[in-house]
Write a protein that binds this ligand. Sequence first.
Ligand SMILES: Cc1cc2nc3c(=O)[nH]c(=O)nc-3n(C[C@H](O)[C@H](O)[C@H](O)COP(=O)(O)OP(=O)(O)OC[C@H]3O[C@@H](n4cnc5c(N)ncnc54)[C@H](O)[C@@H]3O)c2cc1C
Length: 426
Amino acid sequence: MKTPTIAIVGSGPSGCYLAQALRKAWPLAEITLLDRMPVPYGLVRYGVAPDHPGTKNVIRQFERLFERDNIGFAGNIEIGRDISLDTLRDTFDIVALATGLHGDRPLDIPGAEQARIYGAGRLTRLLNDHPDEQDFHPQLGKSTVIVGNGNVAIDVLRLLAKSAEEFDNSEITDEVLSRLQATPLRQIHIVGRSPAPQAKFDTVMLRELAGLCRVSYRVHDLPPADNDDDKAVAAKLDALRDLQAREQAELEIHFHFGWQPESLTATEGQQCFHFTRAGRETQKLELTTDSVITAIGFTQRPDSAFCKQGLSHAGADPEAGHLAPGLYCTGWFKRGPRGTIPENRADAKTVAGLILAQTDLMTTGKPGFAAMPESVIAQSVDYAGWKRIDAAEVTTAPAGRIRKKIRDTAEMLRIVNDIHQGEPQS
Ligand SMILES: Cc1cc2nc3c(=O)[nH]c(=O)nc-3n(C[C@H](O)[C@H](O)[C@H](O)COP(=O)(O)OP(=O)(O)OC[C@H]3O[C@@H](n4cnc5c(N)ncnc54)[C@H](O)[C@@H]3O)c2cc1C
């Protein structure tokens, strides 16, 4: 059988891991990773906190795909806007969707529509200089409530709690930082539905909070200290208890556990956030706040071109990653918005196995990237183009920063094209 031509839509972790797995099986197949952004790596660049450069280092692994394994990158092409999925499927034997899920899950309670609510996804994109959030100016005020008990909630908490000096060796830009710190926060409440022992965040994230300099913590709703048999739970509760050892400081952070969001009401420019807890008698918690940040998960954005169920043909198995003949999906788009970067690897391997098993039965021979519409090829940014953007970001990094991300897509494309034109023609 001839090797197939393969387009993977989305160059985040799941797209990269799928490309890696398929390359192992087909050393000579044409594999192209397409992305709507001129830059690769999805949430590794635009989700993972800018002060966690170690986590972003997984990029070094993905670079090998382009530099050693002959995988193509075609950025600045949005499937559904610049080219239809049908055209893409006519051009490539296999198309795999690895487009993630980028919408913030809405807080569905009475009063939410009138409240000053910001999604953690949007906020972390802003903090990571995503071009889509250039005009996003959140007004957090002096107090905010973060709803959620996962690692993303803790990321947001830490990023809001750090002083400017504590961002050394990060890639946050000063402009974003000053936008965020224009009104210094005095109080943050972080509220989760789970009781403390079941809270989803990792202990290591709590331990990191203990190092912040201008913050004091109050942890409410902790169970009495006893020797918990579950070592991981015991470590988490210890980390929460240790946070409380701090003196009063500029910014006070309150943890609350086991509270269900009930409603929001407006009072003189502020909001009153009502929570309840079911028990023998329903208990109530009320927090007055200037703003609310939701970190309660992700979903399909309403403007998204694709919906997994809508693309599934008869005989497909969307849960396994098969949508239609020659059309597959992986990562958050397939599994839902759960799990870490490495967890996408196992998923991509399984989907690659499925593709391999089914391709034996498939006709191959579609022409691949070179047969895409000329206008689309002309606007695309290849890996060399991305490396020029990368070099520009690294070389303009100010003192104390590892890069200065470019937030404007037009500016990214100018860097790609200017240098193109300056290059000697062979
Ligand atoms: C705020 C936040 C922080 C996180 N922090 C960590 C962490 O510290 N450690 C960790 O292990 N995990 C972390 N995660 C989880 C991790 O980011 C995900 O597991 C992973 O990124 C999911 O990979 P994915 O490839 O499925 O989706 P994504 O990373 O979202 O990649 C999807 C890609 O598809 C592209 N795309 C979308 N639509 C189109 C289209 N129509 N046409 C072309 N391209 C398109 C996007 O531009 C993007 O590049 C975090 C997640 C979030 C939201």
